[in-house]
Design a protein around this ligand. Structure first.
Ligand code: NFE
Ligand code: MG
Length: 472
């Protein structure tokens, strides 16, 4: 007899997520990811000037705003197929890199580490679950305040060229409005050296220490094993630090042979009108609630009608740097190694940066459509814009990484990557399903930015009371 356990809300993520798991004989046999927020950004942006889009879409999220700015300016510039000069590209890379580094450090120390090791024995880390917390990781939480400092430093570093953080003021269609001086380059370099040292000598060893004690998590939480990256961090010409591509289960060499018309968003199990799957450039966001068989405000994006995991692990496997598996631990390890790869590339970009301005306010504008495919800390991010003859936005669609990872079932009933990864996970204590949280947190989900919060009613089940999982 299976029992239903609901974790609502899942804490130590961004935004509001409910997870429903069925457990039978100590194993998760079914899982549903329910995004319990409605996000109306795609609607409220219609009718506005394209230049408003990077400003507004950054407010989707305080953790990955630079990626939204980047996707948005790429989409707008793509309407007239205009590309910025090298200095603007380097500045965008440096601001985006700073945002990735702060996000990855935040995710590990603030959102994930206490899944594995006790936090300080006071609020907000207590009360906490005590199931399957193993010893031997002593120093990890000793680095908690150092991690907060490092995260602040990453924000301060990015703000040297973005104007402020978290929401950048300088990344606009036409380039980056920051005026580069040698003083700013030197200040950026000082921060970067400190952060690369922290990533190399503290963050990576701490993640590897978790691997030493929780080696079984190299086999737990395996997703669909289809991995997708849009690619990001353009340098010269076609070279990017992370190429775009996809890998399917069993493949070791990624294919770049896809484009956004191969993506379809399904809403069969989401609270939206129109059950036909649509490609994002033709996408549509009209609420429908209640709706039979729907259980999430998240849509179900699919590539080639298959479910794909996206994120640091996908990027690191697509570019060939990471050759391990697709588990909870692999996600944490790939994220930490990726932070160093980005930090080291930032040294090169900074060296090549020229002083002066990097913005062309006279970049060509026009009507038509454009897309911005890039990467956010949590994975592949796409913005699609249509601009009418009046110069105003007639349609705008956003597909975030968490839409891929935390998607509900699609029209064929194929579970989203996180749902897939939860099925088969062993659970020691149904009242404290720490194993499920470890799987969920390894994807670093973000369900941000609602216009209203909604809580569905359902039949009585085991419910984890809010507060009980603050610590883990
Ligand atoms: Ni709100 Fe984000 C990232 C984007 S979420 S954190 O990374 O886009 O999927
Ligand atoms: Mg969307």
């Amino acid at each position: 007899m299976s029992t239903l356990t609901i974790i609502d809300p899942v804490s130590r993520i961004e935004g509001h997520l409910k997870v429903e798991i069925e457990i039978d004989a100590g194993v998760i046999t079914n899982a549903k990811m329910c995004g319990t927020l409605f996000r109306g950004f795609e609607q409220l942006i219609k009718g506005r000037a394209p230049e408003d889009a990077p400003i507004i879409t950054q407010r989707i999220c305080g953790v990955c705003p630079i990626s939204h700015a980047q996707a948005s300016v790429m989409a707008i510039e793509g309407v007239t197929q205009w590309t910025p000069d090298r200095n603007a590209r380097l500045l965008r890379n440096l601001i985006l890199g700073a945002n990735f580094i702060q996000s990855h450090i935040l995710h590990f120390y603030v959102l994930s580490a206490v899944d594995f090791t006790p936090g300080p024995q006071h609020a907000p880390w207590t009360p906490s679950w005590d199931t399957d917390i193993r010893s031997g990781l002593g120093s990890v939480m000793d680095h908690f305040t150092d991690a907060l400092t490092a995260r602040r430093q990453a924000h301060e570093m990015g703000a040297l060229f973005s104007g402020k953080m978290p929401h950048a003021a300088s990344n606009v269609p036409g380039g980056v409005t920051a005026f580069v001086t040698s003083e700013k380059i030197n200040a950026f370099q000082e921060y970067l050296t400190i952060l690369n040292d922290f990533i190399k000598n503290t963050y990576i060893p701490d993640v590897e220490r978790i691997g030493d004690v929780y080696g079984d998590y190299l086999n737990i939480g395996v997703g669909p094993e289809n991995l997708l990256a849009f690619g990001a961090f353009e340098d010269d010409g076609s070279s990017r630090l992370f190429p775009g591509g996809y890998l399917e289960a069993g493949q070791t060499v990624a294919s770049a042979d896809f484009n956004s018309s191969d993506i379809t968003e399904y809403v069969t199990h989401s609270w939206y009108e129109d059950d036909a799957g649509r490609t994002p450039s033709q996408g549509d966001t009209r609420m429908k609630f209640p709706k039979d068989d729907a259980y999430s405000w998240v849509k179900s994006p699919r590539l080639f009608d298959k479910s794909y995991e996206t994120g640091p692990l996908a990027r690191m496997k697509v570019c060939g740097d990471y050759t391990g598996g697709v588990s909870v631990l692999d996600r944490h390890l790939a994220r930490a190694y990726e932070a160093l790869k980005i930090g080291q590339a930032m040294n090169r970009w900074l060296e090549n940066l020229q002083t002066g301005s990097a913005c062309d306010p006279d970049y060509p504008k026009g009507s038509g459509s454009g897309e911005g495919l890039t990467e956010a800390p949590r994975g592949a991010l796409g913005h699609w814009i249509s601009v009418g003859d009046d110069g105003k936005i007639s349609n705008y669609q956003v597909v975030t990484p968490t839409c891929w990872n935390a998607s509900p079932r699609d029209d064929k009933g194929i579970p989203g990557p996180l749902e897939h990864a939860l099925i088969g996970v062993p659970v020691i204590n149904e009242k404290q399903p720490i194993e499920a949280l470890r799987v969920v947190h390894s994807f670093d989900p973000c369900l941000a930015c609602a216009v209203h919060v909604f809580r569905p009613s359902g039949e009585q089940v085991t419910e984890i009371p809010p507060g009980a999982q603050y610590g883990r």
